[in-house]
Design a protein around this ligand. Structure first.
Ligand code: SF4
Ligand code: SF4
Length: 367
């Protein structure tokens, strides 16, 4: 449910009233639909599923989150613009409640033509959306650059802000995978520059300034077969998942996840459901959750250390990719307290013991 380009990025600063080592979400995001007009090779979203989040349940949860002190709202998918009535109603209520809007992630090529995009974006603006439209632009999205440039022009015109758009790209390193962004810059008559101040790339044209947010590509699910070894021999830097985490991310089934990381679609990272649980219940459950509670209290390194302490050969090596590590140990049931499963799009066909010593075989391809 992370649109495969998470709206939140490691290292992105979000205001935190009190930095306590526990799960204390400060961000809410809805994926109203899984469906998408694209089918990217690295996508983690089950885009063929037809579930949609019903608007009244989402509004009720939004109001509860507001009462619990959560002040920032984002949208992801699937492709969120395929369910505009959801976006507009939630935006209107959130604006009334005083929410700060974060990104609405889109592929930017869902529209029929400029007139269609103008109508849909104008309705969102009129509902009170004051965040950014986050565009996923990388080689996996197989972009129609001319259509994407059209979307940028329309968005700039409708919102009348030169910072209305931002970019996200997934690759193995921050300075790799920028080619589609450079092609978009050409189409917009702009340039791509490194900003020392921001520590990231910018696309700058006469009337647009877009920051480019990098996401460490995790070769999971549909991306499992991509070339390159994710066990790159370097251990990830502990960050307690503060960047992509400390969030309540609601998927179209109503399930709530604590982050938008690449492993968050796994059932092992579900911390409740908005149809049956309150925000308060969900936060309490997350804190006591064997995986989620540990990650936000003791860190992802605590999971790693527990696994290696039990069996020094349990892992194939070290990886610098947090979410790949998370997905690997959760699908294989290696972390104490969570059985394996999921990752069925992958090609893992070996048998090995999970954390209880039980031999499991997971991740078989359906084809
Ligand atoms: S744009 Fe691509 S990555 Fe995003 S939801 Fe659609 S298919 Fe998945
Ligand atoms: S490492 Fe796991 S918990 Fe952390 S952001 Fe990634 S998927 Fe979420």
């Amino acid at each position: 449910m992370n649109e495969s380009i998470p709206p939140l990025t490691r290292g992105e600063a979000r205001s935190v009233k009190k930095r306590t080592r526990t799960f204390r979400p400060n961000y809410l995001s809805f994926a109203g639909t899984y469906q998408c007009n694209l089918a990217c090779p690295h996508c983690c979203v089950p885009i063929e599923w037809t579930d949609r989040l019903d608007v009244p349940s989402a509004v009720r949860f939004l109001e509860q989150a507001h009462a619990a002190g959560i002040e920032t709202l984002g949208f992801t998918g699937g492709e969120p613009f395929l369910y505009p009535e959801f976006l507009n109603t939630l935006t209107k209520r959130a604006a009334t409640l005083g929410f700060k809007f974060d990104k609405l992630m889109t592929n930017g090529v869902w529209h029929r033509d400029a007139a269609h995009a103008t109508v849909v974006l104008s309705a969102l603006r009129d509902a009170g959306f004051s965040g950014k439209i986050g565009l996923s632009v990388d080689k996996f999205h197989g972009m129609d650059i001319a259509k994407l440039a059209e979307f940028c022009h329309v968005t700039r015109a409708v919102f009348a802000r030169d910072t209305i758009l931002s970019l996200s790209y997934a690759s193995r390193e921050p300075d790799k995978g920028l080619e589609p962004i450079r092609r978009l810059a050409d189409a917009l008559g702009g340039v791509v520059e490194w900003s020392k101040l921001l520590g990231r790339y910018l696309l700058v044209s006469d009337d647009l300034t877009m920051t480019a947010c990098w996401n460490h590509l995790a070769t999971v699910e549909r991306a499992e077969g991509l070339p390159g070894n994710p066990w790159d021999g370097v251990w990830f830097v502990e960050d307690y998942c503060e960047g992509p985490g400390q969030a309540l991310i609601v998927n179209p089934k109503g399930e709530v996840k604590p982050c938008c990381g690449f492993a968050s679609d796994l059932d092992q990272l579900t911390i409740g459901n908005i149809h049956t649980d309150s925000v308060e219940d969900i936060i309490g459950f997350a804190r006591n959750h064997p995986i989620v509670g540990t990650i936000f209290r003791d860190g992802l390194t605590a999971l790693r250390d527990e696994i290696l302490g039990r069996d020094p050969s349990a892992l194939p090596g070290a990886t610098s990719n947090h979410c790949f590590f998370c997905w690997y140990v959760l699908t294989r049931g290696l972390a104490a307290g969570a059985n394996g499963g999921g990752g069925k799009a992958g090609a893992w066909t070996t048998t090995q013991p999970n954390y209880t010593g039980e031999l499991i075989q997971l991740g078989l391809r359906g084809d």
